[in-house]
Design a protein around this ligand. Sequence first.
Ligand SMILES: Nc1ncnc2c1ncn2[C@@H]1O[C@H](COP(=O)(O)OP(=O)(O)OP(=O)(O)O)[C@@H](O)[C@H]1O
Ligand SMILES: [Mg+2]
Length: 432
Amino acid sequence: MISALTRFIFLVCLAFIAAFIALYNWGPEWAIFIGISLLSIPLVYSYINLARLGKYVQSDSVENMPLPSGFWEEVFFRLQRLVRALKQRIRNIEQQHDHFIEAFQASPNGIVMLDENDQIEWCNAIAERFFGLNFKRDVLQRINFLIRRPEFIQYITKRHFDEPLLLERMGQHSSLSLMLQAFPFGNQRHLLLIQNVTDLQKADAMRRDFVANVSHEMRTPITVLMGFLETVQSLDLEKSQRDQYFDMMMSQAQRMKSLVEDLLTLANLEANSLPATTNKINVETLMALLRNDAEALSQGTHSFSFNMIDKDCVLGDEREILSAFSNLVSNAIRYTPDAGEIDVKWRVNAQGQGEFSVTDTGPGIASEHLSRLTERFYRVDRSRSRDTGGTGLGLAIVKHIASRHQAQLLIESTPGKGSTFTLQFPKERLAP
Ligand SMILES: Nc1ncnc2c1ncn2[C@@H]1O[C@H](COP(=O)(O)OP(=O)(O)OP(=O)(O)O)[C@@H](O)[C@H]1O
Ligand SMILES: [Mg+2]
């Protein structure tokens, strides 16, 4: 600024000197003309630079304007530095804002920001999906006009925000369970966090079912057992009668034992998430064991055929594979009436997969039951299944073992004709 002032004083002195020289040589008109002309040079120079500045301001590119020389150079230089710093700050804020939005969008939870009137200020894509919202369309709409569930409207209007709210049967197919809670922030604003708890709710329902089923299955044999014990205790029975009661008590105890064993097997399979080992298992040896057990269980009431069409071995856990195979064979025996035929086969199919199949001429299973057979405790006919000592855990165990061997359990059945249960092992699980 000092140099600019010096320059201005220098110009004024120059104008006076020139005016005096002109006055002395050509008269007063020339002196006024030359003096005013020299004094107006900085005005013209300033006007030109301001006009240029105006042009660059209009096109929002002040920082690109070439710097003039002289007084305006420093002013424009400072102005450009200020504009650049401001623009950089805006860019940083925008970037930060974008990062926040990206982070909120990446969240697996739904997020809705509400203003002090419960109007939607922002929401992420998950929240849009959960509630069928469309941010562009619904921005600044009151949330309770868009989510019309009475319990939600009550939650929002009564401001019970200390507790989360569970909304069931939400989403496009009414299949979602959502847990939401509002958290206050800023000036009477609220952040609505929505979590998809469908799987947790399902697991909880399964756990409740499981406990109910186990208690139910245990209660029957325990009640029967206690009844027999009371009889034996209170009545003076003859030895043959007492032995008969003891036999019946034994069979009830046996039933409870096999239920507990099955539950433990399932628990072990579920806890052990590592893939099954890859020992080489000779299927022919297993077939011989299966035949012995099958004949003992059937006691001559069924006719069997055991066919080893191919000799390939299975790579897996021998104990688990034997348990899965014998579950299928024992089901065939237990659900096929006397004189029925049971065909057990091991072969490699055209796709190179190993197939262990058990076909029976039993009652068959109606198609609506097929997809549920591998659920724990699922039985087609509870009374008949209980007669055979079944608890509905066998096929659940088979399915677990199959998945640990990357195998599939396929069930084909025609009511009145019979069923075929096939365990299909991938090529990689076979060895010569
Ligand atoms: N070969 C079959 N023929 C007809 N129905 C069958 C056959 N195998 C299974 N089922 C039906 O599927 C149901 C489930 O079988 P699963 O082996 O899981 O249980 P379960 O035999 O009842 O009891 P568990 O095997 O635990 O002793 C059975 O209750 C039965 O109704
Ligand atoms: Mg069974």
